[in-house]
Design a protein around this ligand. Structure first.
Ligand code: GDP
Length: 297
């Protein structure tokens, strides 16, 4: 379950505060210290934690919360609002093109969950909009990758365009786009290659694909379980590709939650979806307010 430790620690901090009835400035300071430690332990980016704690403290003092009725409750409310703000306030929808197809390019490190997420998102659009997506297999470095996308395609009944592993990915994408236009597919997903870590060759290839198709949406797929590395990876990809949004996968296995709480604040890019399991239906729109409620328990 995501955020286990964070939820427990925040609840403890809030319970301690509630017990006080009247809250002094020094009580507030103690609470903020507990919140700070809880966030750091959840692997939230240091600067994000610093800004968060500062804002909550300033708001609590500025609104004279401590002198009012029920200061603890007011502080919980401020913490909730600031958590929501840190994660981006509102859900951000996919960009869609005025004319079909809408092109969605996926990028991310190997194993982050790109191929799985392509399938999940294609299924979601199929179910919700009766969409007719085409998935392009542009990962030519891992032979199993094409096969894996084909398996996903069979599972959700969505066609896959592939040209094997001997063709340049940019050429595969060019021909895949032509196929999508000929078939009037309304969405095209491009499943790109990943590497174990960011490298120049990969970034060049992704940039070339981007230049060719000008995707409506570049989604960066990031593994939540990698914590601060997830945030660094997101920054690295974004600097080079200027992505539109992030899909945070494996939130179901992420007991800490640092990536979910840091990515938006660090990169400025919204988390659009979260992966919460291995099944094709385990993909949800990311709602910062609901996530804040969940974190506070
Ligand atoms: P790719 O290399 O980026 O294409 O990654 P894959 O799509 O092959 O995913 C790597 C592994 O992560 C697979 O075993 C997936 O089933 C698993 N996976 C992907 N997304 C999620 C998720 O949201 N939750 C969990 N628990 N597993 C996931």
């Amino acid at each position: 379950m995501a955020f286990e430790g964070l939820t427990e620690r925040l609840q403890k901090a809030m319970t301690n505060l509630r017990r006080k009835g009247k809250v002094s400035e020094s009580d507030l300071r103690d609470t903020m210290r507990e919140i700070r430690l809880a966030l750091l332990e959840a692997d939230v980016n240091f600067t994000v934690v610093k800004d968060f704690v500062k804002t909550v403290r300033e708001r609590a003092l500025g609104a004279k919360v401590l002198e009012g009725l029920n200061p603890a409750q007011q502080i919980v409310k401020i913490v909730n609002e600031e958590l929501t703000k840190t994660m981006g306030e509102k859900a951000v929808p996919l960009n869609k093109s005025d004319k079909i197809p809408t092109v969605i390019m996926m990028a991310g490190l190997q194993g982050a969950g790109k191929t799985t997420t392509v399938g999940k998102l294609a299924l979601k659009l199929k179910n919700e909009e009766n969409a007719r997506p085409l998935m392009i297999a542009a990962d030519v470095y891992r032979p199993a990758a094409i096969q894996q996308l084909q398996q996903v395609g069979e599972q959700i009944d969505v066609p896959v365009f592939q040209m094997g592993t001997d063709v340049d990915p940019v050429e595969i994408v060019r021909q895949g786009m032509a196929e999508a236009k000929a078939n009037h597919n309304d969405y095209v997903f491009i499943d790109t290659a990943g590497r174990l870590q960011i490298d120049e060759q990969l970034m060049d290839e992704l940039a070339n694909i981007k230049d060719l198709v000008h995707p409506d949406e570049i989604l960066l797929v990031i593994d939540a379980m990698t914590g601060q590395n997830a945030v660094n990876t997101a920054e690295g990809f974004d600097q080079r590709l200027d992505v539109n949004g992030v899909v945070l996968t494996k939130l179901d296995g992420d007991t800490r939650g640092g990536a979910a709480l840091s990515i938006r604040a660090v990169t400025g890019k919204p988390i659009k979806f979260v992966g919460q399991g291995e099944k094709m239906t385990d993909l949800d729109v990311f709602h910062p307010d609901r996530m804040a409620d969940r974190i506070l328990g």
